[in-house]
Design a protein around this ligand. Structure first.
Ligand code: NAP
Length: 492
């Protein structure tokens, strides 16, 4: 599992919300893995902050339990757990009140050269309080960084007010807006695939690509996130951030370098070229759905409204939409995006569908010639598949069959794929903003999403229902089939 990665400089990381789900399930295990790999040195500190009053020892016990759940290599865990826990501390503090901040300042103070990171793993409602108090206590100096998690707003206006509040205290170069999809190996590999191979870029345009599909399917329902989710819905929760970021990575022009602003400028241009979807065209370009009870995950699953405890709701748990990038490269190439809960598979995939061959020299008996497809799989098993036509082996005439050139990253490189947070957390230490969203990107994404939400609100229709365990409402199939295309479902 060694990655030969270099250690990063020593840092102090304060996790506001250090007892929460994200910290325990994702952030601390990610830090542990980087520690085991030698990238985090013994003189770094990780300080959990939350309101609950507890001692260092209690907190370390909870972190140890979280590691037990998340880390499957028990030998490695037994070997390194105590050394890692020695870096971990805790401060009880209510971020909305003044008490406790002097203590945090004393703990962190003294060395302004040291990298100091504040991870706001709390509700965005208290981001303003946290940032203002960090300033009052002079903790926002040049080597400080702040990390903020989605949701960055509920719409453009609320995103702007979060950005204003954080931007009032920290410079844009200190603000790391996480979209963990950008930390996934396949997304970074998309950069490698497109810009480190001469093969793809000449084909990466409307002349050779028929359409692009991006699917992010979850098999689970809303779980414990019901109240948050019901206020958000799939469009805000998934499309505004993850799916649009993936679309940008596929559609952007080659950046001049991997410098953060070079990449982010190109992604921003894509967001600016998206054809607006509003009340005039939302009914043709979008489908929203909500799951009803059905057979799923080998058993039966309740409806969304049952998952909410019987509350009536018109929130969408599924969205399919057709986006169009209006520029020379992509003119006439639809980007079909689809995401939902209680779908048949937990899968995140980008599928590039190339055009059909212009003319076939094969007889009808050779079989159907399928267009080439490049499938970039972000989860569950990250990898790339290029579907090609090949001759079926043996005598019996020339029979053609579609077969994949299949590269699983885990197998090809013989290393376990790191979790996205491992990469992203260390990028924060390094001050590398390339895989984080800039303020103007977040706002441009909301500027495109808001009219869709407004169109849905002004229309009279409610989300179409779909059975749990299926690929969404039939209208989603119609959305793509109207254009003579089909969704790529399953491992084909
Ligand atoms: P959570 O489980 O509800 O945890 C919230 C944390 O904030 C707890 O540690 C809580 O501890 C602390 N907290 C609440 N009010 C506080 C205050 N006034 N002062 C100091 N600490 C306070 O939430 P979560 O699931 O970890 O999510 C955290 C953030 O990340 C949210 O914005 C969420 O949308 C986002 N996010 C989460 C996930 C995920 O997988 N969980 C994924 C993507 C984004 P006390 O109550 O003891 O104070």
């Amino acid at each position: 599992m060694t990655t030969h990665a270099k250690p990063v400089e020593a840092f102090d990381l304060v996790i506001f919300g250090g007892t929460g789900d994200l910290a325990m399930r994702k952030l601390l295990p990610a830090l542990f893995r980087r520690f085991v790999d030698g990238q985090i040195t013994d003189d770094s500190r990780i300080i959990g902050v939350a309101r609950e009053d507890q001692t260092y020892a209690n907190y370390r016990e909870r972190v140890a339990e979280a590691l037990d759940k998340a880390i499957h290599d028990k030998e490695c865990l037994d070997k390194s757990r105590d050394a890692f826990l020695a870096l971990v501390g805790y401060r009880p503090l209510d971020a909305t009140k003044d008490d406790g901040w002097n203590d945090l300042e004393t703990l962190l103070g003294g060395n302004d050269e040291r990298v100091r990171m504040f991870y706001l793993s709390t509700s965005p409602k208290i981001f303003v309080d946290i940032c203002q108090r960090l300033r009052q206590h002079n903790l926002n100096g040049g080597n400080s960084r702040v990390v903020i998690e989605k949701p960055i707003g509920h719409d453009l206006a609320s995103a702007k007010s979060i950005n204003d509040a954080v931007g009032d205290v920290f410079d844009e170069s200190q603000i790391f807006r996480i979209d963990h999809y950008l930390g996934k190996e396949t997304v970074q590999n998309l950069l490698a695939l497109r810009f480190a191979n001469a093969l793809f870029e000449p084909l990466w345009n409307a002349a050779h690509i028929d359409h692009v599909q991006i699917t992010v399917g979850e098999t689970v329902g809303v779980e414990q996130r019901g109240p948050y989710y019901d206020n958000a819905g799939a469009l805000r929760d998934m499309v505004q951030n993850h799916l649009l970021q993936l679309l940008c990575m596929v559609a952007m022009e080659p950046p001049a370098s991997l410098e953060s602003d070079a990449v982010r400028d190109e992604k921003l241009k894509v967001l600016h070229t998206l054809k607006p979807i509003n009340a005039d065209n939302a009914s043709q370009m979008t489908v929203r759905g909500q799951y009803r009870a059905g057979a799923a995950n080998g058993g039966s699953a309740p409806s969304y409204q049952e998952d909410l405890g019987g509350k009536e709701s018109t929130t969408e748990t599924f969205v399919a939409l057709k986006a169009e990038v209006c520029n020379w490269r992509w003119a006439g190439v639809p980007f079909y995006l689809r995401t939902g809960k209680r779908l048949p598979q937990r899968v995140s995939e980008i599928i590039i569908h190339f055009r059909d061959i212009p003319y076939s020299i094969f007889s009808a008996g050779s079989g159907t010639i399928n267009a080439n497809k490049l499938v970039l799989r972000l989860q569950p098993d990250e990898g790339v598949k290029l579907w090609l036509m090949a001759k079926y082996p043996g005598p019996g005439g020339l029979r053609l069959q579609s077969v994949p050139l299949d590269m699983s990253f885990a197998e090809a490189f013989g290393v376990q794929q790191p979790d996205a947070y491992e990469r992203l957390l260390l990028d924060v230490v390094r001050g590398n903003l390339t895989l984080f969203m800039r303020r103007d990107e977040v706002e441009a994404a909301w500027r495109w999403i808001d009219p869709i939400l407004a169109a849905w609100e002004s229309g009279n229709d409610t989300p179409k229902s779909y059975s749990a365990g299926t690929w969404g409402p039939s209208a989603s199939v119609a959305l793509i089939e109207r254009d003579g295309r089909t969704w790529h479902d399953g491992d084909e």
